[in-house]
Design a protein around this ligand. Sequence first.
Ligand SMILES: C[S@@+](CC[C@H](N)C(=O)[O-])C[C@H]1O[C@@H](n2cnc3c(N)ncnc32)[C@H](O)[C@@H]1O
Length: 300
Amino acid sequence: MRALSRPLILNWLNAFMRMLARGCSSSARPAEELHVPLRGGLGQCRGGQVYLVGAGSGDAELLTLKAVRLLMQADAVVYDRLVGDDVLALIPHHTERYYVGKARGHHSVPQDEIGALMVALAQQGKSVVRLKGGDPAVFGRMGEELDALAAAQVPATIVPGITAASAAAACMGIPLTDRGHAQQLRFVTAQLCREEGTPDWASLARKDETLVFYMGLSKVAAICQGLRQAGLPDEWPIMLVANASQPSQQSLVGSLASMPDMLAKNPLPSPCLIVVGSVVQRVATSPAGKSIDVCAASLL
Ligand SMILES: C[S@@+](CC[C@H](N)C(=O)[O-])C[C@H]1O[C@@H](n2cnc3c(N)ncnc32)[C@H](O)[C@@H]1O
């Protein structure tokens, strides 16, 4: 592991905090007065170890301080397609980088090759950050990566990140749960809508719950149809948010009956999240969401 002095890392973290302060109101403390109040000092980034780190939803300001520190300390970073450019820009130039995401027109690096790469780097004595979009524990194949590391007796540490659901809800100005609307929250992979698998629509069609579908942009019509057939009303609210928390964020707000046509007329890019539930009604009255069919993000 390359040795970075604590003062140097603290300087970096303080620079990061100054970056956070940019854009705050004029009544905010001047950026240069901000310091990171880390009691007990900074942690170590150990050689021979892999850190499974959440990169958040793309906005670098949504990284945890621990993620930033590890990115600055690690010998090697193995990263995915959904990690934002601003986050990658925080990695020092001397750090080894390995891209294992899907290139345009190509397949993703197979999962066993990713595991083998992390094991090989750790066994060379390097400290390795495995950087994954959002939270590594949410549809991030983290279980398989932990298994690969455990099989090679490589120690692993998990650093959570802001998952796309949290980022999308925040940027649209709505809660995911609400005392009066949704007492339950379910994260669902829309990959269940593939031919060989069918979601349990009857169990999903509840009015007291918020459903968040990941990886579902091409399954919107099937989701709307499945939920309507299972008993949710045609006018039940649904929201699509693409590139949540990024300057390119786009959204559509409609109903189960209207959304397939709305999306056909206003195609959204990937990655895109689908939120179904009465909490979506709040978008129309929220300062961040305005009354919209298609909106550009009102980013903080
Ligand atoms: C393989 S999953 C990874 C989820 C990630 N681990 C997380 O916690 O956000 C990829 C899916 O996450 C969603 N996603 C990730 N980042 C997003 C973003 N910035 N905006 C909207 N959806 C996003 C999309 O549904 C995408 O198809």
